[in-house]
Design a protein around this ligand. Structure first.
Ligand SMILES: [Zn+2]
Length: 162
């Protein structure tokens, strides 16, 4: 828990060191739940929805997966693997031409998985899939393919030897 808090603090300051402390701390004003730094009047309802969606997927993926929500002009969510190397984000189709489209837009159309070193916000590798499991399998397969290519390239390299 302490580690997660530290990560969160780190993430919120990266890239924008000029934000005063607490700038990214959301404040509740009736139906609004938004931080001063965001200022897009993000809603409490969307926050609660994002939190719930993240929790459901984290539970589905198994022990140690963690739900995360964050705000940047709206509320987003993802889940993080127990080893902190894999992050899975939902992808939504935000077209909402009709009420039915609007309801459908609440269900992810696919998932995007990132693989990287622990404590990285995203990862060097990314891949999508129809399900969270497919996205995870695809991103790991990509990294393994890259590793094989690196091994094939570096393994036979003689000029580099000193
Ligand atoms: Zn906001």
């Amino acid at each position: 828990m302490k580690k997660a808090k530290k990560r969160k603090a780190k993430r919120q300051t990266r890239g924008s060191p000029t934000w005063p402390p607490g700038a990214w701390k959301p404040k509740r004003r009736g139906a609004i739940y938004c931080s001063p730094a965001c200022g897009a009047n993000c809603t409490w309802a969307e926050h609660q929805w994002a939190k719930r969606e993240a929790k459901v997927l984290a539970k589905h993926l198994g022990k140690g997966w963690e739900p995360r929500v964050w705000e940047n002009m709206r509320w987003f969510w993802k889940v993080v693997s127990p080893c902190d190397r894999i992050k899975v984000h939902p992808t939504y189709d935000r077209r909402a031409d009709s009420a039915i489209d609007m309801l459908a837009s609440l269900v992810p159309v696919s998932y995007l998985a990132f693989l990287g070193t622990p404590d990285s916000a995203g990862g060097k590798w990314s891949a999508s899939g129809d399900t969270p499991g497919a996205a995870i399998r695809n991103v790991v397969a990509k990294a393994i393919a890259d590793l094989a290519e690196i091994q094939a390239s570096i393994g036979g390299l003689e000029e580099w030897q000193e």
